[in-house]
Design a protein around this ligand. Structure first.
Ligand code: FES
Ligand code: FES
Length: 170
């Protein structure tokens, strides 16, 4: 199968049911992505697949043909990494690459998340309980990103009288 990892084209022959996590770690040597639970619950294995945060332990290689994968090895430089360092977020560090990739996907989808948005999005687990620092670092990093463009203005609605005139109303 052919796909792209961190901007590089990759061609591999692996069993279609091999999880993406092991494709990355065992076949490509990208060991920044971690194994935690293996059943999609902890988020330690989070990468971006076609731009979406994805738990790579559950994603079979069969889904990779033509796909684009981004891993922690390709994240820096990024305001999240600076915010992580400034806040001293990691404790043991094991969950942190997954946390960062989940956070990066959030900021790509929503450059100005509220605390509630962050809380709802960040479902990755941390056995060391670094949750407060993670959430604070995401909020700090968001402030370093360019302002998102304002939403497009809807065309002005026709005044009621004009509608009535057009329809022959009074
Ligand atoms: S190792 Fe993939 S979600 Fe836990
Ligand atoms: S920093 Fe140790 S598990 Fe998250």
């Amino acid at each position: 199968m052919r796909f792209e990892v961190n901007g590089e084209s990759v061609e591999l022959e692996v069993s279609p049911d091999t999880p993406l996590l092991w494709v990355l770690r065992d076949h490509l040597g990208l060991t920044g992505t971690k194994f935690g639970c293996g059943v999609g619950q902890c988020g330690a294995c989070t990468v971006h697949l076609n731009g979406r945060a994805t738990r790579s332990c559950l994603m079979p290689a069969a889904a990779l043909e033509g796909a684009t994968v981004r891993t922690i090895e390709d994240l820096a430089p990024h305001p999240l990494v600076d915010a992580w360092v400034a806040a001293g977020v990691p404790q043991c560090g094991y969950c942190q690459s997954g946390q960062l990739m989940a956070a990066a996907a959030l900021l790509e989808a929503n450059a100005r998340p509220t605390r509630a948005d962050i809380e709802q999005w960040m479902t990755n687990l941390c056995r060391c309980g670094t949750y407060d620092r993670i959430r604070g670092a995401i909020a700090d990093a968001a402030l370093k990103l360019p302002e998102p463009p304002p939403p497009e203005e809807a065309p002005p609605e026709a005044p009621t009288d004009a509608v009535n005139d057009a329809e022959g109303g009074e």
